[in-house]
Design a binder for this molecule. Structure first.
Ligand code: 3PG
Length: 310
């Protein structure tokens, strides 16, 4: 029997990427339902009712969505982080979750440098800024994005350090970063920190005052990971205590914290208007096609690669 697949993207793919996703699924003779730029959760609850699989981005797949999706067998997060899926509940309901690791990494890494340059140049204020050349960048978690950051950092003639709690020194070195033994060492040695840690329970609020205060003069943290990994009250304390501290983020802080940062520290804080690290046509095509192909491989060949909630 033919499968029905929903593409639900509150923040839509580039049209070319959407069309390619549809083409892959149609080629497999699947029925495709598009729910792009939706504004209301009720639209999602309605759209999932009778689908066998769905492709999402940061769209929340919580118990309400999973309960509404009576036929759902597979949800594929077209991207890396799957903290937006209630994986445990999905498992309980017999629904597999997958991600598409690596497919949007370069886009995110390029944005890291876009934001670093902007902060180094005083947010393009016209005042004299600084250069990236010769500075040290610490990559916190050396995975797919971290690897891309290391590669680009070399082009800027930066010293590249890396820390990853579960990767060996050899793996970190092979990724193009000099390994350090702890987050503490990484922060203490790096003028720039690029965050790539997932929002797992152990990482939530793990980056706070101790690490941020230990950074060298003119410290700058770039967050293209998740807002949850930052200890926000302590971030505010650091802004207050260190007039040289800068923070640029692609993941919007909580509303009250963002308000304070924008009002009090506008010259040292930047946030993108909408999470846009993965928002390139190329990343959309890569992640979208991978998601569609993983769905077809799952149903046609029982391919379980990329399942994250087995
Ligand atoms: C990811 O986890 O892949 C990135 O955070 C991108 O998220 P997005 O698809 O919502 O832009």
């Amino acid at each position: 029997m033919t499968k029905k697949v929903l593409l639900a993207t509150e923040k839509p793919f580039a049209p070319a990427a959407r069309d390619k996703v549809v083409a892959v699924l149609k080629e497999a003779r699947y029925e495709v339902v598009l729910l792009e730029s939706y504004t209301d959760k009720a639209q999602l609850l309605d759209a999932v009712k009778d689908v066998d699989a769905m492709i999402i981005r940061s769209d929340k797949v919580d118990p309400a969505v999973l309960d509404a999706a009576k036929n759902l067998k597979l949800v594929v997060r077209a991207g890396a982080g799957y903290d937006n899926i209630d994986c445990a509940y999905a498992k309980q309901k017999g629904v597999f979750a997958m991600n598409t690791p690596g497919q949007n990494s370069n886009a995110v890494a390029e944005l890291v440098f876009g934001m670093m340059l902007m902060m180094a140049r005083g947010r393009f204020s016209g005042k004299s800024g600084t250069e990236l050349k010769g500075k040290t960048i610490g990559i916190h978690a050396v995975g797919n994005v971290g690897r891309c950051v290391a590669r680009i950092a070399k082009g800027f003639d930066m010293t590249v350090l890396g820390y990853h709690p579960r990767r060996t020194a050899e793996v970190i070195r092979a990724a193009g970063a000099e390994p350090v033994d702890s987050a503490e060492t990484l922060y203490a040695k790096s003028e720039y920190i690029s965050l790539h840690v997932p929002a797992t329970p152990e990482n939530k609020q793990s980056i706070g005052k101790a690490l941020l205060m230990s950074m060298p003069k003119n410290a700058c943290v770039i967050n293209t990971a998740r807002k949850e990994v930052i200890h926000e009250p302590e971030l505010l304390e650091v802004f207050e205590a260190r007039p040289d501290f800068r923070y640029a983020t692609d993941v919007e802080p909580s509303a009250e914290v963002a308000k304070v940062l924008q009002e009090k520290y506008a010259d040292r804080f930047f946030m993108t208007p909408k999470k846009m690290g993965a928002q390139t046509s190329e990343a959309n095509v890569n992640a979208g096609i991978a998601a569609a192909e993983q769905i077809v491989a799952f149903f046609e060949k029982n391919d379980r690669q990329f399942i994250v909630n087995a």
